[in-house]
Structure formats: C-alpha cells, structure tokens
Design a binder for this molecule. Structure first.
Ligand code: 13P
Length: 287
C-alpha cells in the first residue's frame, strides 16, 4: 500500500540521511526503482511530473500500476507516489486519483499567492493524510518545459511557507535540473544553513540531484536536506545501456528484439543508478 512521505522524511531528518525521489516514466522505471528499494530495505519516493503523468495515460493509470506492483511483488518497504512540480489543479487531480503525496510548486507566483494556494492544499492533504511539498524560489534548468533561473530562495519566505504546515519544503539554493553547466558555482550552503535554522524540523528537499558532487550531497544532508530528487541521471544511464544493446546488434540475435529483452539492460541500469544514489543518501536499511 502506498504511504504518505511524512513518516519516512521525519525519520530521515532525525537520522541525518535522505530519502531518494526518483522520477518514473513507464512500467520499467517504476519496477526498477521499487525492486531496488525492496532489495536494499530502503524507503523510496516515486516522482511523477505532469508531463510524465500525461505520457503514462493519466494519474489513475499510474496509481493502478504502482498499487498493483506493490501487491504483486510483495513490497514491504514504504513507497510514496508523489506528484513532482505540480500545478494547483494537477495536485488536486492527483489527490483524487489516489497519490499518497503531492508537490505544489507555487514558486512562480507572488509569495502571497503561493501562500494562499499552499494553505488551501495543506487543509485538503492534512484531512486525507497525504504529504505535501511546497516550493520557494524557482529551481534552475528546464524540466518538462518549466524553466527556472538557478534562483536562490529567501530564507524568510521559506519560514513563512514552512509555518503553513506543509510536510516538506523545496528551496532554491543554486541547484539546477538536468546536467550542470561547466561554470556552475555549486550549492549555496550559506542559504541552506539560514533556511535550516528558520525552519527547524522541516524536512528540506533538494531538486536537481543529477550531477551534484558527492561531497556537496553529504554536506546538504548534514544541513537538513532529507529528500533528494533524481531524474536525468536515470534517463542517461537507461539510454546508454539501451544504446549499447542496439549497437552491439543484440536485438538482431535470436529473439533479442523482444521488448522484454530489449528493455532489460536499461532496467538494470536504472536499478544500478538507484542503488548508487541510495548508498550516497544513506537510506539503505532504513525502511
Ligand atoms: P535532475 O533531473 O537534475 O536529477 O532533477 C530531478 C528533479 O529535481 C525532479 O524534480
């Protein structure tokens, strides 16, 4: 059964590790991430962007698929199904469809409007026991057409949003979605520290997990980051493994064209990347 992300993140915050949020794109993606979490006895969050939601034929399809997997694969570790960078309407749709966690990204609104809309969703999600992620300050890079400028959040605004009663808070600290540019100046730990001080026990979320050096990840966790989002890195390793299979002509040997074989190396690559991240984040054995 899907669970809210609240308990796993509270435990992560007090235990000084982070839970991985891995974006999913299809059945293979969800299967790879869920199986890895079970094998490593780790809690996990499956992230679904609105674009990926459309691609997978809507939120209800995803809820059905993931719930089915949890039952049929006898999954016992905590798994949350989470809307990533949701709009206000998207968040409501996911709640209706049976997601156990949603993000409302109001970072492009004025702080007043972000507060008003987040407040409304706090009331709805609290009543249903669903976890809610809010965001302050746009995160850089491009994801599904959403472009941010690598902004850095205002700690005072973070405090305001945290006090609304959200479960977790994403704040821009110089992080960027996708690959980092060569001239990237790194995470702003001064800002993260200031946000941490003002938001107390609130689990903080680090977006743009792909390509952040290990030492920076560890420092971010030590300063209160309890959820780290990874998307692009699984896409890159999936694509590389699939490319290798085709370039080696394996699809032309015997029944190598069977999608269950063709997509196998990509699935294993997602599993390996997920494992690597769970090791780095410290969530292994914490289910
Ligand atoms: P990356 O694609 O950079 O890993 O970012 C993922 C993310 O933050 C999803 O919200």
């Amino acid at each position: 059964m899907l669970v809210s992300a609240k308990e796993m993140l509270t435990k992560a915050k007090s235990g000084h590790y982070a839970v991985g949020h891995f974006n999913i794109n299809n059945l293979e993606w969800a299967k790879a991430v869920i199986l890895t979490a079970q094998e490593l006895n780790s809690p996990v969050i499956l992230g679904v962007s609105e674009g990926a939601g459309k691609y997978m034929c809507g939120y209800k399809t995803i809820v059905g698929m993931v719930n089915g997997m949890l039952e049929e694969l006898n999954i016992t570790v905590p798994v949350a199904l989470h809307l990533d960078h949701g709009s206000f309407e998207g968040a409501k749709k996911c709640i209706e469809a049976g997601f156990s966690s949603v993000m409302f990204d109001g970072s492009h609104y004025s702080i007043e409007e972000n507060i008003a809309k987040t407040t409304e969703l706090v009331a709805i999600t609290n009543k249903l026991g669903i976890s809610l992620e809010a965001e302050v300050g746009a995160i850089g890079g491009e994801e599904d057409g959403v472009i941010g400028g690598g902004e850095v959040a205002d700690p005072a605004e973070c405090e305001m949003i945290a006090n609304l009663g959200v479960t977790m808070l994403a704040a821009g600290i110089g992080n960027i979605h996708g690959k980092y540019p060569a001239n990237w100046t790194g995470l702003r730990f001064d800002t993260l520290e200031a946000i941490s001080k003002l938001t107390g026990d609130m689990p903080l979320v680090l977006h743009g997990g792909t390509g952040i050096p290990e030492e920076m990840i560890k420092e971010a966790i030590s300063l209160g980051v309890s959820k780290i989002n990874v998307n692009t890195e699984c896409q890159l390793t999936f694509a590389a493994a699939t490319r290798k299979y085709i370039e080696e002509g394996k699809d032309l040997i015997g029944k190598g064209f069977d999608p269950r074989k063709l997509l196998g190396p990509g699935l294993e690559a997602i599993k390996a990347t997920t494992k690597e991240k769970m090791q780095l984040f410290g969530s292994i054995g914490q289910a």
